[in-house]
Ligand binder design. Structure first.
Ligand code: NAP
Length: 244
């Protein structure tokens, strides 16, 4: 999380106008979720096709529909932008939203490499805007409770974390997960969850990383494992899968 949503704006009003970028599967889930978020106003949605935005707005109760992402970003009434495009567009969409002075909640994976992530954080700082990854697993009550227990010293120092996230689908379903051009593969889709969990608990970058992957017929990792070693000798033993 970086910067602030614009403190003055937040202090004056307790409701925020959300703008959704893209109308795919997770944008639909998220729009349902917004119904339960205090102060969230379902204000605008943008698609590359106006008709898609209009039918999404009708179905999920948004006030405005835009036929391009740029038009949504140009609307001064949008306070927070949720980015729900495929992985490879997160950086470009986030940077455009931050430059338009919007707070941003970006879908996971935040970025597809460290250089892109750094650029996003830098842009958030330059524009003094909040930037957050939609890393929902950090908010699961059991995870919050575990964090609280660790912070209060209830279970002592953590020496090792094990974590995994996997599922099985047929090759090509969905397309983008099996497409290397769309930064597909298990690490980017679900491996990032246990990696995020390890960084949440260890609160620092690992000193050393080793990984192995089984690359499938479409040239993405279908099964992969990661070993992370931290400064104090702590280890994270993590893995993910999309065909297992
Ligand atoms: N937090 C979670 O639990 C969770 C779950 C699933 C997915 N995600 C993340 O959310 C992102 C989107 O996933 P999704 O499952 O919603 O994907 P999806 O169903 O394929 O939707 C992606 C949307 O992005 C837009 N888009 C822009 N450029 C595109 C392009 N060149 N090709 C295809 N679509 C394009 C499209 O909306 P328009 O046509 O309206 O512009 C499309 O509907 C991914 O990065 C994924 O990792 C997160």
């Amino acid at each position: 999380m970086e910067g602030k949503v614009g403190k003055a704006k937040m202090a004056k009003s307790k409701s925020y106008n959300w703008g959704i970028i893209a109308t795919g599967a997770i944008a639909r889930q998220f729009s349902i979720g917004l119904n339960f978020a205090p102060g969230a106003v379902k204000y605008a949605v943008a698609s590359r096709e106006l008709q898609k935005a209009e039918s999404f707005a009708d179905e999920y109760g948004f006030r405005k529909a835009y036929g391009s992402y740029e038009e949504l970003l140009a609307d001064p009434k949008v306070d927070i932008v949720y980015i729900a495009t495929p992985h490879q567009f997160h950086t470009e969409n986030t940077i455009a939203a931050l430059k338009a002075k919007k707070a941003v909640l970006c879908e996971k994976p935040f970025a597809v490499n460290a250089a892109a992530a750094k650029e996003m954080v830098k842009t958030a700082r330059e524009n003094n805007c909040l930037l957050m990854e939609a890393m929902w697993t950090r908010f699961i009550p059991a995870v919050q409770k575990a964090k609280e227990m660790v912070e209060q010293g209830e279970i002592g120092d953590i020496r090792m974390i094990t974590g995994d996230f996997g599922y099985r689908t047929e090759v090509g379903v969905p397309d983008r997960i099996y497409d290397p051009a769309a930064c597909g593969g298990g690490l980017m889709d679900v491996g990032i969850y246990p990696v995020s969990l390890a960084s949440m608990f260890f609160k620092e970058q690992p000193e050393e990383i080793q990984a192995l992957a089984e690359i499938g017929s479409t040239s993405v990792d279908e099964l992969s494992a990661y070993l992370l070693r931290y400064k104090g000798g702590e280890l994270a033993v993590l893995y993910s899968a999309i065909r297992t």
